[in-house]
Design a protein around this ligand. Structure first.
Ligand SMILES: N[C@@H](CCC(=O)N[C@@H](CS)C(=O)NCC(=O)O)C(=O)O
Length: 233
């Protein structure tokens, strides 16, 4: 049985980490049985981040390496029908969500004061005292440093929102009225798109980026479609 190590669910989503939710969604799309271990223990993670999996003794870290591993070990054909051009589009969108939009959304959760109040409550309320007094501040400091290192954190908040809104517009315009990102059938990139869009639309943190997503009805409809298809039970 595949074990998926991830954070505990939060904000009413399967996972408030879009990377964890991506893998869980993908496992459901692939029809592979798995057991979620929601311990949130990054210290045990091979690369210090979640998610990672234990596939019958093989540990694999990083959502994309996990998917590639599972595809080859379990013969998953989700992307078999994609042309090289569609594969290229999938790679480009993956980068948009994971390497760019992610950081803009991290800023709305961890740096913006109103967002931080909600994030702190959702992620740390269950931490026992006296750790609860220290951990949120340390984690926030770490995220601030990561944002600066990545580069997003060097922009002003208005600029960060503009960057995120541009990504959202690109996704909405590309999706248009297609049921799934690359056409009529779901493919692996939909696990990413759904996880990142749901983590924006369905998280109670207001931001211009979220409002931009709410203003595109096809994105909400897309998330509902993915939820109905892969999280019905
Ligand atoms: N490239 C990784 C990114 C995973 C990632 O950034 N995970 C974050 C949560 S969204 C994490 O574990 N952060 C904990 C930490 O950095 O201490 C993937 O695709 O899995």
């Amino acid at each position: 049985m595949i074990k998926l190590y991830q954070f505990a669910p939060a904000f009413g989503l399967p996972n408030a980490s879009p990377f964890c939710m991506k893998v869980e969604t993908w496992l459901r799309m692939a029809g592979l049985p798995y057991r979620a271990v929601n311990s949130g223990d990054v210290l045990k993670a091979p690369k210090g981040k979640l998610p990672y999996i234990d596939d019958d003794g093989t540990l694999v870290a990083d959502s994309q390496f996990i998917i590639e591993h599972l595809k080859s070990r379990h013969g998953v054909k989700l992307d078999a029908g994609l042309s090289p051009g569609q594969q290229a589009q999938a790679t480009a969108f993956q980068r948009l969500f994971e390497e760019n939009l992610y950081w803009a959304v991290v800023h709305t959760r961890w740096i913006n004061e109103a967002g931080w109040a909600l994030t702190k409550e959702a992620f740390f309320a269950a931490v026992p005292m006296p750790l609860r007094l220290l951990l949120p501040t340390l984690a926030r400091r770490g995220l601030r440093a990561e944002l600066r290192g990545q580069g997003m954190g060097r922009h002003g908040e208005t600029e960060i929102h503009a960057i995120g809104c541009r990504d959202i517009t690109a996704v909405a315009d590309f999706l248009a009225d297609r049921p799934f990102l690359l056409g009529d059938q779901p493919s692996s990139i939909d696990a990413t798109a759904y996880a990142f869009l749901a983590n924006l639309l369905w998280v109670p943190i207001d931001s211009p980026i979220k409002r931009q997503a709410q203003a595109q009805p096809n994105l909400e409809a897309y998330c509902r479609r993915m939820k109905a298809r892969f999280y019905a039970a």
